[in-house]
Ligand binder design. Structure first.
Ligand code: HAM
Length: 423
């Protein structure tokens, strides 16, 4: 039996790659305009890095990591996200030392051992964006604006940006206690996971997908009502900046995130079109993470967007524009192939996309192939053409054709294609 890819791991096939190249190309262009540089961090890190960053009591660390021992017995993990590795790299290379804004983005695979379903794989790609050294709320808004530009740039519609504040070390503990006091008498209404979260991570109960949990927390106290004055002012300014930048958003007081490092602003881009997996991406501020990992005490904020989810949405309402070759070499026999091979390579060297096939075939079958490939031009070369010393150049769009002397074929064909009009 042939070997298949493992569950939750997917190939991106050549027919689909255009989506990826389009999204990555548009995103990197917009990121470049906002001053972001690409960072590439390893796919494998020490397990401890993720446990300390994402939080021991999160679903990711508790049950979703691909962890293994290397030959020396060190515990390593396939990265479930990029933020932890990016912070590690920032600290290790001392990249934030001058106190100025540091802005990175990364594109690459991540691994979580979740149950595969629509919009959820075990290997998935993220576009990940991070900013360090800026505490000002305007950067929160700028990052959200930048993200909406990327979404608009790729043509994604019907997406809603949700924002919330999770407070800070000064106000969150008191709120957590208030939430626990509220939940204490309602524990039996909570799902098994949330009964456990009550002790370890009560905030997570707020966005549990279980119906009874959702009903139970409708009256729960909200972090937004308990923010300390500094966090409240920060959140006010984020909203002011979003409004002045014309970013449409809603404040969603029950928005919490699945990773523990967040402080203050959190945000998610959600859609109704992906079933249970409604988040196209999410992020927030994480002002304590770099320090907690042994680095300087600097603020940070970022987000990540799931590229499979984004591309799934795009391919539902857009056609992928995949142009064919500029020229197809319709060589009919072995002698014609020799010439066509030389011509094709000389024309490719001038920057044109040229296709050819290698075994002899009839004109009919070559033309059929050229049509299927959506070639703009076809150069027909068979025994008759060789004996006449003239190949035939056909403009597929216009349906016109003309003879081209074989001793000048490369220049003549290129000139014709550059002119672009009918022969
Ligand atoms: P996250 O919410 O865990 O955040 O993941 C961000 C996005 O990655 C999700 O909204 C989703 O689109 C995609 N994603 C996550 N898991 C899967 C999966 N199993 N299959 C397909 N797509 C998935 C983070 O990862 C944070 N590091 C974001 C961040 C960056 N916060 C600050 N900086």
């Amino acid at each position: 039996m042939s070997i298949k890819a493992i569950r939750g791991f997917k190939d991106v096939l050549p027919d689909e790659i255009g989506w990826w190249q389009k999204v990555e190309g548009i995103a990197s262009g917009i990121l470049d305009g906002f001053g972001y540089k690409e960072l590439r961090v390893p796919i494998v890190e020490r397990t401890e890095l993720f446990a300390r960053s994402i939080g021991e009591d999160t679903d990711i660390v508790e049950k979703e990591m691909f962890s293994f021992s290397d030959r020396h017995g060190d515990s390593l993990t396939l990265r479930p996200e990029v933020t932890a590795g990016a912070a590690r790299a920032l600290i290790e290379h001392n990249l934030a030392a001058d106190g100025r804004p540091v802005k990175f983005y990364s594109v690459g695979p991540n691994f979580r051992y979740e149950r595969p379903q629509k919009g959820r794989q075990r290997q998935f790609y993220q576009l990940n964006v991070e900013v360090y050294n800026v505490a000002h709320p305007y950067v929160d808004a700028e990052l959200i604006l930048l993200w909406t530009r990327i979404l608009a740039g790729v043509g994604l519609q019907d997406i809603q940006m949700h924002v919330n504040s999770l407070g800070c070390a000064a106000c969150r503990p008191a709120y957590n206690q208030k939430l626990k006091d509220f939940l204490k008498d309602r524990l039996e209404n909570l799902c098994e996971d949330c009964q456990r979260r009550y002790d370890t991570n009560p905030l997570r109960v707020l966005d549990c997908k279980s119906k009874t949990c959702a009903e139970t927390v409708t009256e729960a106290p909200l972090m937004l009502d308990e923010l300390c004055p500094e966090c409240a002012e920060h959140f006010e300014l984020v909203q002011k900046a979003l409004t002045s930048a014309n970013v449409s958003y809603v404040v969603t007081p029950r928005l919490v995130r699945g990773l523990d490092y967040y402080t203050r602003t959190v945000f998610e881009a959600q859609t109704g079109k992906l079933g249970a997996q409604n988040a196209v991406g999410g992020g927030g501020r994480y002002d304590n993470l770099v320090k907690n990992l042994g680095g300087p005490d600097i603020p940070a904020i970022g987000f990540a967007m799931g590229l499979e989810r984004l591309i799934m949405l795009l391919s539902e309402d857009q056609e992928l524009d995949s142009p064919g070759p500029d020229l197809f070499m319709a060589s009919l026999d072995d002698a014609a192939r020799e010439l066509a091979f030389t011509f094709a390579n000389a024309i490719r060297a001038q920057g044109f996309r040229v296709e050819m096939e290698y075994t002899p075939a009839s004109l009919k079958s070559r033309m059929k192939r050229a049509g299927k490939l959506k070639a703009d031009w076809v150069f027909i070369l068979g025994p008759d053409e060789i004996s006449r010393g003239q190949g035939i150049l056909r403009n597929m769009g216009a349906g016109t054709q003309e003879d081209v002397p074989l001793d000048e074929a490369v220049t003549k064909i290129i000139n014709r294609m550059k002119k672009g009009d009918a022969v």
